[in-house]
Design a protein around this ligand. Sequence first.
Ligand SMILES: [Zn+2]
Length: 67
Amino acid sequence: METKKCPYCGEEIPAKATKCKYCREELPKDDIPMDTSVKYERSLGNQIWIIVMIVVIAIYYVLKLIV
Ligand SMILES: [Zn+2]
């Protein structure tokens, strides 16, 4: 069985454990594949662009109303 060290108490625990049985701390999921975080960052970047576009369009309409 694969084991890893608990980042909180340093005891050997099963690699698939979500909680340490020694200190009962919840363990961070450090075995997430890299491409998942990349996809998350990409979707976050897309969301920022959508927000920027909405703000630009809103400013355009506000300026049109003033003029
Ligand atoms: Zn622990």
